[in-house]
Design a protein around this ligand. Structure first.
Ligand code: SAM
Length: 217
């Protein structure tokens, strides 16, 4: 199905709502605790961060990385991320992740709360792009909402792509893609694509570490 309109609406939501994005992180205890999960994760070397948003994770990645390339399509969130990340070894790139292809490989490809915004039909291509961005011995590290988070979203039933409605303070509303992956199903999906993945639930989220298929494998 043609999901371009939905992806454009999703993008418009993040652009218009950039100034509101960080609020739940101040209000919700579980989200405040989340950055600590990074401590145990294998973040190293040259890091590519997909959909960096307002840069909630970027300075934490920068503290562990040789370099960080942080990509997002929304200039409004990128300017907040830049303000939060003074590190000289961090480069921000404005690009649409559904068309952008990295020009080099990275030791770690990190994405937080992005996988749930990728339409299911685009997941094989997405994982292929991520695999192509990972240097030998490197891995993908990801965090996102698990099924329990559906209870706090306005899930749109009977929608051709799994989606939720989001509202801004001024009343404007936007549809976003929202897929609440179940850790063991996501593990099986990745295994079927040739990845080696370990995905565990952490409160209402899941945290995954995955190595891509061997080249030619
Ligand atoms: C849920 S936020 C996650 C931000 C950040 N990773 C975090 O955990 O706080 C999703 C991000 O995806 C970005 N985004 C949406 N559509 C995009 C696209 N097509 N290409 C690149 N980034 C996109 C939005 O601008 C937003 O910053």
């Amino acid at each position: 199905m043609d999901d371009h309109a939905l992806l454009a609406e999703q993008m418009a939501y993040y652009r218009a709502g950039a100034a509101e994005y960080d609020r739940p992180y101040a209000e919700r205890e579980d989200l405040r605790a989340l950055p600590a999960t990074l401590d145990d994760l294998p973040i190293a070397g040259d890091v590519l961060e997909l959909a960096c948003g307002t840069g909630r994770w970027t300075p934490l990645l920068a503290a562990r990385a040789r370099s960080v390339t942080a990509v997002d399509a929304a200039p409004e969130v990128l300017s907040l991320a830049r303000a939060r990340t003074p590190h000289t070894h961090v480069q921000f790139v404005q690009a649409d992740l559904f068309t952008w292809r990295p020009s080099r490989r990275y030791d770690t490809v990190f994405f937080a709360f992005w996988l749930s915004h990728v339409p299911p039909a685009r997941l094989p291509d997405f994982w292929q792009t991520v695999a192509g961005a990972i240097a030998p011995g490197g891995r993908a590290v990801f965090i996102d909402d698990g099924p329990a988070e559906a209870a706090v979203e306005e899930v749109l039933t009977d929608h051709p792509v799994p989606a939720a409605m989001r509202r801004l303070d001024d009343g404007r509303q936007y549809r976003v893609v929202k897929v609440f992956h179940v850790p063991h199903t996501l593990t099986a999906d990745l295994t079927a694509l040739g990845w080696s993945a370990r995905i565990r639930a952490v409160a209402s989220t899941y945290v995954g570490v995955a190595e891509p298929p061997a080249p030619g494998g």
